[in-house]
Design a protein around this ligand. Structure first.
Ligand SMILES: Nc1ncnc2c1ncn2[C@@H]1O[C@H](COP(=O)(O)OP(=O)(O)OP(=O)(O)O)[C@@H](O)[C@H]1O
Ligand SMILES: [Zn+2]
Length: 459
């Protein structure tokens, strides 16, 4: 009997050990699966970084070329390795930033983006390649970063930064980098950084110009101290409207990496009180001294009224993505669909088609018989352009019976500028030009390409 008890106990211990081993194996598999394959689409807590006491031989070799800089040294490298950085936006700025931070041996790298890789991203978003088209940018960037430096703990978040998740996310990181492309996100990131006491390395790039500043850093101003009121949504241009030379965000993203590394290593950033402006055309950097932290600032001032994150989209009057920036400036009867315009075209009804895009875009593609007068020329009431419009209206009128003037249909790329042009023309109508009936073609040439003519180029 005693022998049987002993043998059963031994078997039990054996089984318990087997179960413990299996549990261990499962936990390890789950962990590596999450960190390599799955996106952290929920906000999960970071595992704390263990502060390295010294550099391994491999670290010494890998980082040797920066290690021998007196500005960095062993302590600077160790500091970098225990710093966590959250990158908001894995686009034109976020890609080079992530690349250099990983290469330099940053500890944790949070890579956050809600979007997927598109062909028009590849000229500047250099961590993504043709194989990644359609893939979540956060995952594509994380895979590229892991190939570069597997010792960096990389956490992809395929989600939109919002008032609901921003604090929980940002509180976990030491430094935040704003690489987003829209105004609501800039205010959201700023407020979350102020409320969590984190430095914010912020940059932007458009056309041939870039800007960089470090906010909420060593008593310096926050973004709201400088821009207490958001700009009117219709005055904001993004890369898909205004264009950008890929290398410009490349330079600004690298500049962000530089400031992040200076903060992380302990040298400190010199951009807490100044705005750096890069002019790619003249190959020049200019620095503008920023106004100091404002005592009356609603978030970082002496009596802040913002103590939790609010609704940034309604504060700014625009969406926190640049995907569907659709203005709605006109009434229904001032607009027609691309299908309706196709019927007008097919019916050979006399009319004038006015394309209000800049000439550089008209050179890419245009509808036949359109007259190009850029929106800016209409807004500035350029006399030669108003005369051209008048002349074309009268030419079409000659094909018509009676005394009527032909209708004018206005088109642009997406259907935003064309609405503004309709408003301008309605103001001019009857005074600077003949009284005309003007209508906007909703959705513009991109709607035309999607629904009427799939061979029409999209850009
Ligand atoms: N609130 C947000 N949460 C997560 N990601 C964001 C947020 N706001 C912006 N982003 C991301 O920031 C990135 C900015 O990248 P970039 O300025 O190069 O523009 P893009 O949107 O990729 O390109 P394009 O304007 O040409 O369509 C984008 O990938 C965008 O998805
Ligand atoms: Zn402030």
């Amino acid at each position: 009997m005693a022998q049987e008890v002993c043998s059963l106990k031994a078997q039990l211990r054996e089984k318990e050990k087997e179960i413990a081993d299996l549990k261990n194996k499962l936990a390890q598999l789950e962990k590596s699966h999450t960190s390599t394959l799955e996106l952290r689409d929920r906000v999960t807590p970071l595992t704390p970084l263990k502060a390295k006491a010294s550099l391994s031989n491999e670290d010494i070799m890998r980082y040797s070329r920066q290690l021998i800089l007196p500005e960095l040294g062993v302590q600077g490298q160790l500091n970098i390795s225990k710093t966590s950085v959250l990158i908001v936006g894995c686009g034109g700025l976020g890609c080079p930033l992530a690349q250099y931070l990983a290469a330099a041996g940053i500890g944790h790298l949070g890579l956050l983006d809600y979007d997927e890789v598109e062909l028009s991203n590849l000229h500047r978003q250099v961590l993504h390649g043709e194989d990644n088209l359609g893939q979540a940018k956060a995952l594509s960037a994380a895979c590229a970063v892991r190939r570069l430096n597997s010792t960096v703990e990389c956490i992809p978040y395929h989600l939109q930064l919002s008032s609901e998740n921003a604090l929980q996310l940002i509180q976990q990181y030491d430094i935040v980098a704003d690489c987003s492309d829209n105004v609501p996100t800039r205010y959201l990131v700023n407020d979350a950084c102020v409320l969590s006491g984190k430095p914010l390395v912020s940059a932007s790039a458009l056309r041939m110009e870039g800007q960089l500043a470090v906010y909420n850093y060593h008593g310096g101003p926050c973004y709201r101290c400088l821009y207490p009121v958001p700009p009117p949504p219709e005055t904001v241009t993004n890369c898909s409207d205004g264009g950008v030379l890929g290398v410009v965000p490349g330079i600004m993203g690298c500049f962000q990496a530089l400031e992040v590394l200076k903060i992380a290593s302990g040298q400190g950033s010199s951009c807490g009180q100044q705005l750096v402006i890069f002019d790619a055309q003249d190959a020049r950097f200019r620095c503008i001294k920023l106004r100091p932290r404002q005592a009356g600032c609603v978030v970082c001032g002496e009596n802040p009224s913002i103590t939790h994150l609010a609704d940034y989209e309604s504060f700014c009057g625009s969406a926190a993505t640049d995907k569907c920036r659709k203005l709605n400036l006109l009434s229904r009867d001032q607009r027609i669909t691309v299908q309706d315009y196709k019927s007008v075209m097919d019916s050979t009804e006399p009319h004038l088609l006015l394309d209000v895009r800049p000439p550089v875009e008209v050179d890419i593609c245009h509808l036949p018989c359109s007259v190009n007068i850029p929106l800016s020329s209409l807004e500035e009431r350029k006399i030669e352009h108003l005369q051209l419009l008048q002349e074309r209206i009268r030419q079409v009128k000659q094909q018509m019976a009676g005394d009527c003037l032909p209708p004018v249909y206005v088109i642009c790329k997406m259907g935003n500028d064309s609405q503004k042009a309709v408003q301008v023309l309605e103001n001019l109508s009857g005074s600077e030009v003949d009284s005309i009936m003007v209508k906007d073609i909703s959705g513009g040439l991109m709607a035309w390409a999607k629904t009427i003519d799939p061979t029409f180029p999209q850009y």
